[in-house]
Ligand binder design. Structure first.
Ligand code: PLP
Length: 362
């Protein structure tokens, strides 16, 4: 199987796996301690959690703290619901880009006062557009999960500040791949950067207070209750460290893959900008393509039709719709995601199978 679905999830880094194993068994079987226990085993596990926290924080701006969560979806909910005071009722509108992940869009709609920011054909959410006067929270993601386009997050942060609103940046597809700059809150996920599934984090700017989403023992600075998994934390931390250490090497490798992928799919239409984009994401369409048939014909390549969440639902991708594609154009699109462990041979082999099968459809 050739894996080309890096936006859905990424292969676990061997370094992350090794780090996790220690906290599943550990030396002489003592690695299973509760990191919130005061005895030696507990303190050792707590030290591993804190090392992991520092490593994740090193991918994010200075001046904030990292709160571990069970996923980025939970981190986003904590950010959006945790700032919806008083009484859990939003005190104003929430401006969200039309191409946000469902974790943001559905939460904004559930909270009420959701205002959608337009996105242009190239996938850019322009900062010149108006927001409601009562805006309290602005959510514009850094890298889109379907089309890879990169937003001017620093400008959005400035604009939110000027409007007296908070800025939440969903950096799930950016962290560990590029610099993640200023925001009030930043959501990240381990499994998108070669860490394990089941752990994410919310970075919260110093001085900003939130209401907890999950109450109980208050283990994560009273903002998130529940016993942390040292193994998941250590895996996340190790993956973050490798990502930081290899940032330039990974980027160079992905650039070479991107250039080759563009050649191999030169007859296909690119969805979204080619420049302001993470180059590990190639979202392309071909008129008349039956994507369902293509996927069943090219079974030993793992790739996606739109986002992992939308594919299979039969719904038109809200992202492709937002950039002006018709429903039938959106249905002709595929997403190839590649990265650190993709070889040039794998990319070429997969592209050959996909383009040949597509050509045979006529
Ligand atoms: N935001 C973006 C941009 C994503 O791509 C994803 C995962 O697909 C999420 C949020 C949710 O992340 P998690 O799987 O950790 O809940």
């Amino acid at each position: 199987m050739i894996y080309l679905d890096y936006q859905a999830t990424t292969p676990l880094a061997p370094e992350a796996r090794d780090a996790m194993l220690q906290w599943l068994d550990g030396p002489e079987g003592t690695g299973f301690g509760n990191p919130h226990s005061p005895h030696r085993m507990g303190r050792q596990a707590a030290a591993a959690v804190e090392l992991a926290r520092d490593r994740v924080a090193a991918l994010l701006p200075p001046g904030g703290r990292v709160i571990f969560t069970g996923s980025a979806t939970e981190a986003i909910n904590l950010a959006m619901r945790g700032t919806a005071r008083p009484d859990g009722q939003p005190r104003g509108s929430i401006s969200v880009s039309a191409i946000e992940h469902a974790a943001v869009l559905d939460t904004a709609r559930a909270l009420g006062g959701c205002h959608e920011l337009n996105v242009a054909k190239d996938g850019q959410c322009n900062t010149a557009q108006d927001m409601p006067d009562d805006v309290r929270l602005v959510c514009v993601m850094q890298v889109n999960n379907e089309i890879g386009t990169i937003q001017p997050t620093l400008e959005w942060h400035r604009k939110a500040k000027a409007a007296n609103a908070l800025y939440l940046c969903d950096a799930v597809q950016a962290a560990g791949k590029m610099e993640v700059a200023g925001a009030d809150m930043i959501a990240v996920s381990a499994h998108k950067l070669h860490g394990p599934k089941g752990i994410g984090a919310l970075w919260v700017r110093d001085g900003l207070s939130l209401d907890p989403l999950i109450t109980g023992g208050g283990q994560e600075a009273d903002l998130r209750s529940g016993t942390l998994s040292p193994a998941l934390c250590a895996g996340f931390g190790a993956a973050a460290k490798v990502a930081k250490d290899r940032l330039a090497d990974d980027a160079a490798h992905i650039e070479a893959l991107w250039n080759r992928a563009r050649e191999l799919f030169r007859d296909w239409e690119l969805n979204g900008s080619s420049e302001a984009r993470w180059h590990g994401n190639l979202n392309v369409r071909r008129e008349g393509l039956d994507v369902g048939r293509l996927m069943s014909e090219v079974r030993d390549v793992a790739f996606s039709a739109g986002s992992a969440c939308a594919s299979g639902s039969g719904r038109t991708s809200h992202v492709l719709k937002a950039i002006g594609l018709t429903a039938s154009q959106a249905k002709n699109a595929i997403r190839l995601g590649f990265g650190r462990y993709t070889t040039m041979e794998q990319l070429e082999d997969a592209a050959k199978r996909i383009t040949c099968a597509a050509l045979q459809q006529g």
